[in-house]
Design a protein around this ligand. Structure first.
Ligand code: TYM
Length: 337
């Protein structure tokens, strides 16, 4: 049976460069390299998106989200499947069944849940249950590889644990995704991707950051994005070194430079290590980002909505077929059928 590579990004707001470099671009590169031997599932977790307020036009965000992959160079063929989560109802039912496999304790330990709930008087149940629906998305399609940023590794580990626990009780029904180390090797990144906030590089770049200078959005004017890189926080060490702990700002720039240009991180590090002029590195990265955004935004504008809608039509028929078959096996295991 053909293996599956699967990913999705939420569409509740405009994605950042972090989302792009952590999930979209790695998926495009994997898809273009492997779509003859693997199924490539790119889906819109629209149900995950409503855990918080949706900014902008939801339907417009959904169409744009698929266009990001195409604008970044995704080659479409019959092994590439594009679908919306809520159009494949088996995901929600699988989530319920997995709720009966997962424990409150393990969900309560999820960092994302703790972060999102921090300081809030009331947290919706969707935020708590989020990783179980994510596990359903992955396990119904028997995905082996899931290109996501480092912040999602804990959810991947949970997915593996749920699948292992399920199989232990009911037999080998679910495909256990590869562990994160194997995933990283497959992606060729060597390490988990966590693009940092440009002003506070000790934090990850996030959609929800208030400061505009902290994040680059895919819709930012190229010159504006270049300025944000030029004003990024660095450090007072005075020598370029890849050291995320002591020099997170500089290390972030090196990582962005490597990912945007598809150059191994080690090569970028060798080029810049020991240099003392931070400004030169900033100029180079600013140029890389603005050049990338210019052509990316041009590509985006040329993709018609109809193209995405057609992909949904075939992708959703495929996804429903695969998901329903797997769900039936799971229902039978629970004697629901
Ligand atoms: P979302 O929308 O929160 O994030 C989308 C992807 O962007 C990555 N990401 C980053 N990567 C690097 N640096 C950053 N600063 C950064 N910020 C975000 C995230 O790791 C993620 O890969 N739960 C998923 C959506 C989802 C999903 C799935 C993914 C639902 N079901 C099944 C894969 C498989 C999420 O985090 O979306």
């Amino acid at each position: 049976m053909k293996k599956t590579i699967l990913t999705g990004i939420r569409v509740n707001s405009e994605p950042t460069l972090g989302n792009f470099l952590g999930a979209i671009l790695p998926m495009v590169r994997l898809a273009n390299a492997h779509s003859l031997e693997y199924n490539i599932n790119i889906f819109i977790p629209d149900l995950h998106s409503i855990i918080s307020e949706v900014e902008g036009d939801f339907q417009e965000n959904i169409l744009r989200s698929i266009k990001y992959y195409i604008a970044a160079g995704l080659k479409i063929n019959e092994n590439v499947h594009v679908y919306r989560q809520s159009y494949v109802p088996a995901h929600s039912e699988m989530c319920w069944i997995l709720n009966c496999v997962a424990s409150m304790g393990e969900l309560g330990r999820m960092t994302q849940y703790k972060d999102k709930g921090q300081g809030k008087e009331s947290v919706n149940v969707g935020i708590f249950d989020y990783p179980v629906l994510m596990a359903a998305d992955i396990l119904l399609h028997s995905a082996s590889y899931i290109p996501v940023g480092e912040d999602q590794f804990q959810h991947l580990e949970l997915t593996r644990n749920l699948a292992i626990r399920f199989n232990h009780k009911y037999g080998e029904i679910l495909t256990v995704p590869e562990n994160t180390e194997t995933q990283m090797k497959f992606m060729g990144t060597g390490e988990g991707i966590r693009i940092r906030d440009l002003v506070h590089p000790e934090k990850k770049m996030s959609k929800s950051t208030d400061s505009d200078n902290s994040k680059i959005l895919l819709s930012d004017a190229p010159e504006r994005a270049a300025k944000k890189i030029m004003s990024a926080t660095t450090d007072s060490v005075g020598k370029i070194k890849y050291d995320m702990f002591n020099q997170p700002g500089i290390s972030n720039l090196l990582q962005i430079e490597a990912l945007v240009n598809n150059i191994p991180l080690q090569d970028v590090i060798s080029t810049w290590q020991g240099e003392t002029h931070y400004g030169d590195l900033k100029k180079k990265v600013a140029h890389s980002i603005s050049t990338f955004l210019e052509s990316f935004q041009e590509n985006m504008a040329a993709i018609p909505d109809e193209m995405v809608l057609e992909l949904f039509e075939t992708g959703e028929a495929y996804a429903n077929d695969v998901a329903d078959k797997k769900l039936l096996e799971v229902q039978k295991a629970f004697k629901l059928r």
